[in-house]
Design a protein around this ligand. Structure first.
Ligand code: F6R
Length: 644
């Protein structure tokens, strides 16, 4: 049997896992378990000893615990806490310190006795760290051991900062951070070069001694490592896999983080499935990609061997009929006319779509940052313009935190020389330039920029978006800079979206009255700007959905710079010719502040244009391998259907 099929057929989940539709629901569930533990202990006059984690994952749990304290009177007087880790070296007052994180997210808002709070001390002299770590272990023991340890998981599989290689017996210690972990933390530190190389972390052995361990993971980005931790072998290469040996552990995820578990990837191996068209598409594409064969060549025997007897039987035992259905659906998803094709341009064999009747259309593309439009759907954008639709682009945030200081100075310099050149008074701008230089000279890594510098950086990105828009042929008055307020904190951590954000989006929708909306569909990226921007669009849609124009409006989701939709989900595949690809690339190049080296590249060392090209080529390769036409590149979209 093919090895990919065999692995799926024999996969088992080796640790209990609870999966929720959203990170919010999952967080409330975990917060309730913690609250129950605290209350049970209170009844018995005992302390509840909690092991706590930082990072984006547990913030929802902390928010819920704070809510319970404020609204339901949950008291933390009997709670003792031990945090998993802290960067080393690290002052507790620094922006990135876990002391500050815990205070901001939890401790400042509850009635915990601060002397019951323990967080590894990043200010210890290096020669004393070993001794300090032993004391930390002793303090946990003296407190009676951890009743419940809360964990996130890093993409390296780390729990705490137990990077690959950490043994099952490891204890609280100083550890060198993995390259991937440092890249993931780069955003918080304003550049990977500022991320500390080391951290103090509880060991795997320390964690496994907790009476209960709850590991949470949210978002597509965690799906791969969650699959390894739950279904993979127990290995020090993935520290979280040691939890499989813990007698009282629970993995808590949202749908997206669980997506690569075999029960979701190939549910037919573990349960009887409802063969909806989407499930059939998923099964057939999985079978064809596992066997590296075109869909139309899959045989009855191959369906049987891959656990798909049930599907085959339902369709009269003929693989070819199923193959043909899926092949046709996929073929019909391919269109070079994303805004629809009017009847007078149709050629024999063209497929009619219900929305063809409105032509040209008003299309509104939402771009969370100023470059997402061209990175993620530049080819489609150019097509829409070329095909004479009225294309608007709405840049949702200023993107100002991702501009290097040197660029702010360079542009201020330019503004001064420009004024001088045309005989304008430069005294004011001289003063501004001086302030800026002074500020930046004394700026520490990660320090928030002054409001003036934030505005200048926003302007730089605005100019780049205009240049790219010009390249794509979008009239300047159809570029909308929304500068949504939730983003304007000057730091990576943003405010939650508020009414003002939703109002701005709703007003634009009402102004443009689009027939098509395109939005970044990163549905479960837990704290990312894309997710928040999408939420704002959904909330604004609720405000406008009864408007007359809204009944003719279709909403398409593209994926951000990081990931593509799974091929079975793609409902519109827009092929790009080599020439389209070139035009798209040139538009991306206009985002000069993100070129060569971006401030927040994530853990991918390729430039944004390279990621976009690789991704579009890969989608085309998958279509080709499935036996569909061979294109140079494809941009994929999924339709979002409002609930009512
Ligand atoms: C944090 C910690 C880490 C994080 C992990 C996931 O105290 O020990 O193991 O839990 O890196 O981070 P997020 O939640 O930001 O994805």
């Amino acid at each position: 049997m093919n090895t990919a099929i065999q692995a799926a057929a024999t996969a088992v989940e080796k640790a209990p896992t609870k999966i929720f539709a959203s990170a919010g629901e999952a967080s409330r569930f975990v917060a309730q378990e913690i609250a129950k533990l605290i209350k049970d202990k209170q009844k018995n006059g005992q302390n509840a000893v909690l092991g706590l984690a930082t990072g984006s994952t547990p913030t929802g749990v902390y928010a819920e615990l704070v809510r319970m304290h404020k609204q339901e009177g949950l008291s933390f007087k009997n709670v003792v806490t031990f945090n998993l880790d802290e960067y080393f070296p690290m002052q507790p007052t620094e922006l990135q310190s876990y002391v500050r994180f815990m205070n901001e997210h939890l401790f400042n808002h509850i009635d915990i006795d601060k002397k019951n709070v323990h967080i590894p001390d990043g200010t210890q002299p290096v020669e004393k760290v070993n001794e300090y770590c032993k004391q930390y272990e002793q303090m946990i023991k003296d407190a009676g051991g951890l009743d419940l340890q809360l964990l996130g998981i890093g993409r390296t599989g780390h729990v705490g900062f137990n990077e690959p290689g950490s043994s099952r017996e490891s204890r609280t210690r100083l550890i060198t951070l993995d390259r991937i972990t440092r890249l993931d933390a780069a955003a918080d530190f304003f550049g990977d070069q500022y991320v500390p190389r080391r951290a103090i972390t509880m060991g795997v052995g320390t964690i496994l001694q907790a009476k209960r361990v709850v590991l949470m993971a949210f978002g597509e980005g965690k799906a791969g490592v969650i699959q390894k931790a739950i279904e993979g072998p127990i290995t020090s290469a993935v520290a979280a896999s040691f939890l499989q040996e813990h007698p009282n552990t629970l993995f808590v995820t949202d749908d997206a983080a669980a997506a690569k578990l075999t029960r979701f990837r190939c549910p037919w191996f573990s349960t009887s499935v409802d063969w909806t068209p989407e499930m059939i598409r998923k099964a057939v594409i999985w079978l064809a990609t596992s066997l590296q064969k075109p869909i139309l060549e899959l045989t009855d025997e191959e369906y049987n061997e891959a656990g798909l007897q049930d599907l085959l039987a339902q369709r009269g035992g003929h693989a070819y009929d199923i193959n043909l259905d899926v092949f046709r659906e996929m073929r019909e998803s391919i269109t070079g006319w994303p805004g629809g094709k009017p009847d007078h341009l149709k050629r024999p064999g063209d497929i009619s779509r219900p929305t063809d009747r409105i032509f040209p259309k008003r299309c509104l593309i939402f771009s969370p940052h100023p470059d997402d439009d061209v990175i993620s759907m530049g080819g489609t954008l150019i097509r829409l313009v070329d095909q004479k639709h009225e294309v608007h682009v709405a840049y949702q945030t200023s993107g100002n935190i991702a501009v290097f200081d040197a660029d702010a100075i360079r542009f201020t310099d330019f503004a001064r020389d420009f004024n001088k050149l045309f005989g304008m008074d430069t005294s004011q701008i001289d003063a501004i330039e001086q302030q800026i230089e002074e500020f930046l000279k004394n700026k520490k890594p990660g320090q928030v920029d002054s409001p003036k510098i934030q505005s200048i950086k926003g302007l730089i990105r605005r100019g780049e978006a205009r240049a790219a828009g010009r390249d794509c042929g979008v009239p300047m008055e159809q570029l909308h800079f929304l500068d949504m307020p939730f983003y304007e904190t000057g730091t990576v951590r943003k405010k939650p979206i508020g009414e003002a954000d939703v109002k701005i989006v709703a007003e634009l929708l009402r102004k443009v009255k689009p027939h098509q909306i395109y939005a970044a569909g990163d549905l479960s990226d837990p704290h990312g700007t894309h997710r928040v921007c999408l939420d704002a669009i959904f909330k604004a849609w609720d405000v406008v959905k009864k408007d007359d124009w809204a009944k003719d409006c279709e909403i398409w989701l593209y994926r951000g710079a990081w990931q593509e939709w799974e091929p079975e989900k793609i409902e519109m595949a827009v092929p790009l010719s080599p020439d389209d690809q070139k035009r798209k690339r040139i538009a991306i190049f206009k985002h000069q502040s993100q070129k060569d080296k971006a401030m927040f590249p994530g853990s991918d060392e390729r430039e944004f244009w390279q990621r976009a090209e690789d991704r579009n080529k890969e989608t085309a390769r998958v279509y080709d391998q499935l036996g569909l036409p061979q294109y140079a590149a494809i941009e994929g979209f999924v339709r979002w259907y409002p609930k009512d």
